[in-house]
Design a protein around this ligand. Structure first.
Ligand SMILES: Cc1cc2nc3c(=O)[nH]c(=O)nc-3n(C[C@H](O)[C@H](O)[C@H](O)COP(=O)(O)OP(=O)(O)OC[C@H]3O[C@@H](n4cnc5c(N)ncnc54)[C@H](O)[C@@H]3O)c2cc1C
Length: 503
């Protein structure tokens, strides 16, 4: 059976949901359908009840920083979601660099940062030299008029060493201005979101850091966990009149002679064909790569422009926890993890605790290797995260012992992990590769035609992976906004053709 719609959105992550709502509200007469491959929408958000719902473990996104994520903050407010401030900050390393191997200027930076985040201080010492007078660091603030435009222009035009900054890797440029000890310490000990073992595009990464440096307001999480955000968004999208279909995976698509698009989807093992006038792919890199044969050559070539960063969360509930309420997050020092977060049972803090271990490269590979049960590496939506895997339990025991410097056995009641490098995600987050012009790629993906006969664009790609704020919901929403701006004027008007017959 074929049904015909005006717009098909593929992917029910935050970008797909946001775009569906914006489009339907601006053009209620259009028939808009959203298809999600998994059992539920939400994408890289997974809030799991543990200990019969007495704890909520986040296995995906954990916080929203209103200063960094204004669009997302606005969306949360529009959805009327109550939030709770997050007061604990990620711990910075207690380890210090070898002062004898630093330059005199770097030693001053370390002394001034004493007791604070030395890696962050060294990073900014380096960045200040890389950007020089090209950005007004001293007078910068988030409300500066035209700052967004200036940042977009900085991203494309900034130079370092006589070459465009975007053509260079972050660790390359820092190595030109910092001692090796400072670079290595910053790379190894900085909590800079997953970039340790890869070399992100210097221009794009500095642009994000320019915002992160000015962040003041505390982060928050929706009351009820991140799932509350997804539930509210899904409800709003459905209430607006968008049809949401889960367990529908897009396999391929192609253009018909009349310009409409035929989509091949897999639903409960059966192939379904659908027709639409416009297709929006709200998908990450690896999901798009699976669709590459359907994409035109310039779009296929663009997919390689971003790096994929794996992330694994491993969590457990412990009886008689070794931590007290309010125990700050740990920086993972001395344990096989990147960062550790602890919660206590609100009514019985001394009886039960939740420990969550966040792992990017390299420790994510250690954790991903700890379960043999099929499907247990990615027990996503509808498949409970709780594990009976003994190797995973033992690894959690060892990590707790390492974290707290104890060798007695913690009593674990429940445990589980989620590996975002598994399909259909292929990565926890993404970042631009050096040498790739992110603006150019984003423009290519925002609107394109399938054929090369000069027809108007009818396919669009959005999502965190190819955005100008990767790693955050904000990037997903900004790219959705870019698609909205790239739509031709008639795309949201009824004369686009709403012949909704079933064939
Ligand atoms: C562990 C972790 C922690 C994070 N922490 C934060 C945080 O604290 N704050 C923050 O702002 N951001 C955070 N992020 C990033 C944030 O989660 C993402 O930026 C955001 O969720 C991405 O949304 P998206 O819509 O672009 O893509 P996704 O959420 O990946 O959505 C894509 C959807 O498409 C579906 N799909 C894939 N292929 C197909 C197909 N062929 N057919 C149909 N559907 C398909 C997928 O199942 C998925 O639901 C974190 C991410 C991870 C993994």
């Amino acid at each position: 059976m074929q049904t015909s719609s005006d717009i098909c959105i593929i992917g029910g992550g935050i970008s797909g949901l946001y775009l569906a709502l914006r489009l339907k509200r601006s053009a209620p007469q259009l028939r808009i359908q959203l298809f999600e491959a998994l059992e539920a929408v939400g994408g890289r958000v997974q809030t799991e009840p543990m200990l019969s719902g007495q704890f909520r473990a986040e296995f995906g996104a954990v916080r929203i920083e209103p200063d960094l994520q204004p669009l997302m903050d606005q969306f949360v407010q529009q959805l009327g979601i109550a939030t709770s401030a997050i007061t604990s900050h990620e711990a910075c390393s207690a380890i210090r660099p070898d002062l004898t191997r630093l330059t005199p200027a770097e030693r001053v930076v370390v002394e001034q940062a004493a007791g604070g985040d030395v890696a962050w201080a060294l990073l900014w010492h380096g960045i200040a030299q890389v950007i020089g007078a090209q950005w007004p660091l001293a007078s910068d603030h988030l409300e500066r008029p035209a700052r967004a435009v200036e940042k977009a222009s900085f991203r494309r035009l900034a130079q370092f060493g006589g070459r465009p900054l975007y053509q260079q890797g972050m660790w390359n440029v820092l190595s030109e201005v910092l001692s090796h000890e400072a670079v290595e310490f910053t790379r190894e000990k900085g909590a800079f979101y997953n970039f340790k073992n890869q070399n992100p595009n210097a221009a794009d990464w500095i642009c994000q850091l320019l915002d992160m440096r000015l962040m003041q307001r505390p982060s928050y999480i929706p009351q009820g966990g991140m799932q509350a955000l997804i539930d509210a968004a899904e409800q709003a999208v459905r209430a607006a009149g968008v049809e949401i279909h889960v367990r529908h995976q897009l396999l391929a698509f192609g253009e018909r002679a009349d310009g409409a698009l035929d989509l091949q989807l897999l639903h409960d093992g059966e192939r379904v064909t659908l027709r639409t006038r416009r297709l929006i792919l709200a998908l990450p890199r690896s999901a798009l790569e699976a669709l590459a044969p359907s994409l035109p050559a310039p779009v296929q070539a663009s997919l390689d422009a971003v790096l994929c960063f794996p992330i694994v969360w491993a969590s457990c509930v412990m009886a008689d926890p070794w931590w007290a309420p309010g125990t700050p997050p740990g920086s993972g020092e001395g344990a096989t993890t990147r960062a550790a977060h602890f919660e206590s049972h609100p009514e019985q803090p001394e009886a039960y605790g939740l420990a969550m271990f966040y792992n990017d490269d390299p420790w994510c590979h250690y954790w991903a290797n700890l379960t043999d049960t099929p499907g247990a590496r990615f027990p996503h939506k509808g498949r409970p995260v709780h594990s009976s895997d003994e190797r995973l339990r033992q690894a959690l025991v060892r990590t707790l012992q390492q974290t707290f410097g104890r060798d007695d056995e913690p009593q674990l009641l429940e445990w589980g992990l989620c590996d975002w490098s598994a399909a259909p995600f292929g990565a926890g987050v993404h970042f631009w590769k050096p040498g790739r012009d992110s603006e150019q790629v984003m423009r290519t993906l925002a609107a394109f035609a399938l054929g090369d006969d000069g027809r108007a664009p009818q396919v669009h790609i959005c999502g965190e992976a190819y955005s100008d704020f990767q790693g955050f919901f904000e990037g997903a929403l900004r790219s959705a906004q870019r698609v909205l701006q790239a739509l031709p004027a008639n795309a949201t008007s009824s004369h686009q053709g709403s012949d909704h017959e079933c064939h």
